[in-house]
Design a protein around this ligand. Sequence first.
Ligand code: SAH
Length: 451
Amino acid sequence: MVEINRTYHLEIIDIGHNGEGIGKIDGFTIFTEGGIPGDLLKVKITLVKKNYALGQLMEILTPSPYRVEAKCPVADICGGCQIMHMDYQAQLDLKKIRVAETMKRIGKIDPIIHPTLGMENPYEYRNKAQFPVGISNGKAILGFYQRGSHDIVDINYCHIQHPINEGVAKTIKEYIEKYKVPVYDEKTRKGLIRHVVTRRGYTTGEVMVIIITNGNDLPHKSALIEGLKKEVPQLESLVQNINKENTNKIFGRVTKTLYGSDTIVDYIGDLKFLISPQSFFQVNPLQTKALYDKALEYASLTGDEVVFDIYCGIGTISLFLAQKAKKVIGVEVVEAAIEDAKRNANINNLTNTEFYTGEAEKVVPHLYKKGMKADVVVVDPPRKGCEEAVLETIVNMEPQRIVYVSCNPATLARDLAYLDEKGYKALEVQPVDMFPHTVHVETVVALYKKD
Ligand code: SAH
């Protein structure tokens, strides 16, 4: 047992879900901010609970061999990247180990686990940026929330975002200062400009800027448009979204296009997608392609199969599969996403898709009762994994193969254990690095019917 306020030497052996370093003292688990595996730290214990304690980092006694200098000067305080100060290959290894250990510990299964698919250049990969806007000492600031708080860190350049954001941020700050446009204050709920969101088509370079306001009118609109056009020549669309609610949600209900188109275009592989201000679109298009190529490979389609794509979002995977399948049936709970999925199927001339709106745990059993069956099933659920009713129905449909795409190894392993018991064996597991410098890992798994 450790004592509060005492200092200890702590060797970091793992990283937790929020990027905190994890070590053990006499078998007792200690969490501390700022440590990476291989570090020997001096920590002061600040909280002791039954099963764990929190330690405050006092000094790095021996730095981990995987420690590098983070490219970003505010990596330590910004809530965005948690492991930028870790060598990239070590990040990829860490993610593979995390997946492998979870499969063993929670799933009690032993599939082949491939090395994490990483990026050649793990920077500037995001196609969407969300900046809260604030004011500090009379100057407009625009950046990211500090880790664990709503204080804004003013950032001029973010290394995982595209450089166009620099121009957008600069223009908006100048506009706010020049025209004395009031900035929104969360506490008093007064002021106009709340957030700036940018979206960029990776292959097309088209840029959409969205200004979220706590009011209907945006003063000096044309000056803002001219400023942005000058600074960001690829500007395709400027949109205002109105959010007068007292909420942490960024977007409100009303959207007005102030300049250019209502949507921008991007491609993943040969498929074209229209992106609206609020449509969901994977944030790392290069790695999305790598992930979906894997999913398609694991689905091993010949052209004769009926495929279910459960939790299909805007139908990205569905359309990928539709190019190689007889028919694809997509299921998703968000109505607007299903509308996007149908529109995306149309603009890509894919006529062999059907989309259903509703909770997968209700819709999939309902479709099965009506007699629908699947030769191959793909699932890509949210963090909490699949509801048992979904897994049970998949098993009843007796597909030859199941492809499981997951953003949470723990619920993935739980669901794979269930499927293993019901006759589906996980053969291969491929971790993919969708979010370099963060602790997140995406995984795709190939399961086969045991015969
Ligand atoms: N496959 C998609 C997105 C997967 S993200 C893509 O690649 O783009 C998970 C999706 O599951 C989200 O779109 C979310 O809206 C949806 N979802 C969450 N709970 C659901 C439920 N109970 N039933 C159906 N869909 C759900």
